[in-house]
Design a protein around this ligand. Structure first.
Ligand SMILES: [Ca+2]
Length: 208
């Protein structure tokens, strides 16, 4: 039996498929008007348009940089150190060089590395610009509180200690053959974010 169209499956008479010259001409006209409009816009906007695009690209770049940078590191070793910069050349006197600081901050040092302890600030507490000789470099803290050390060395590596110092729960880091360059130093408070009075000692003598 041949198929038959019922009223519900029959295409309506008004719906036309295939080429329709009037329709094509209208599309063509719309396309031309759009192109002319765009050309006029770009002429009038000129440098402003370019500036807007550069701003957008810059914003996108900043957003991407932030996205890349944030998970990598909270500590900012480019920030100005809270308790100043120290410039020392091997053989300096007096030894130790002492800087009075407040340990601690709101950031868990474990974010730097799982081997780091305590709470530290974002900006370094002290920056040491060191010119090495043949002596070791010992960086330690002394405090009545339990303090920690986090150091970003000239090689870009992170060094941490909690209780390796001479007394109590003081931290100490010893560089046997230290590199010359920038040491960014954070003194942390172990276990909580409180600020505690502490002494940072920079020395070339002693064992720890
Ligand atoms: Ca400690």
């Amino acid at each position: 039996m041949p198929p038959t169209f019922t009223s519900s499956t029959r295409r309506p008479e008004t719906e036309v498929f295939g080429p329709n010259l009037a329709h094509l001409f209208m599309l063509y006209a719309i396309r031309e008007i759009t192109l002319i409009g765009r050309a006029l816009l770009s002429l009038t906007r000129g440098k402003l348009g370019k500036l807007c695009m550069m701003k957008k690209l810059f914003a996108a770049g900043v957003a991407l940089a932030a996205f890349v940078a944030v998970p990598a590191m909270a500590q900012d070793f480019n920030a100005n150190p809270t308790y100043g910069t120290v410039n020392l050349r091997s053989g300096f006197t007096p030894d130790p060089h002492v800087v009075n600081v407040q340990s601690g901050g709101s950031i868990a040092a474990s974010g730097v590395s799982s081997s780091c302890a305590g709470f530290i600030a974002n900006a370094p507490d002290v920056r040491l610009n060191y010119t090495a000789g043949s002596l070791p470099l010992i960086i330690s803290a002394a405090s009545a509180a339990d303090t920690t050390l986090v150091i970003n060395g000239p090689d870009g590596s992170w060094y941490c200690d909690d209780d390796g110092g001479a007394e109590g729960m003081n931290p100490s880091l010893r560089f046997g053959s230290p590199q010359s360059g920038q040491y960014d130093i954070w003194i942390g408070t172990y276990g909580n974010a409180s600020l505690q009075a502490a002494q940072l000692n920079i020395s070339e003598v002693g064992t720890r």
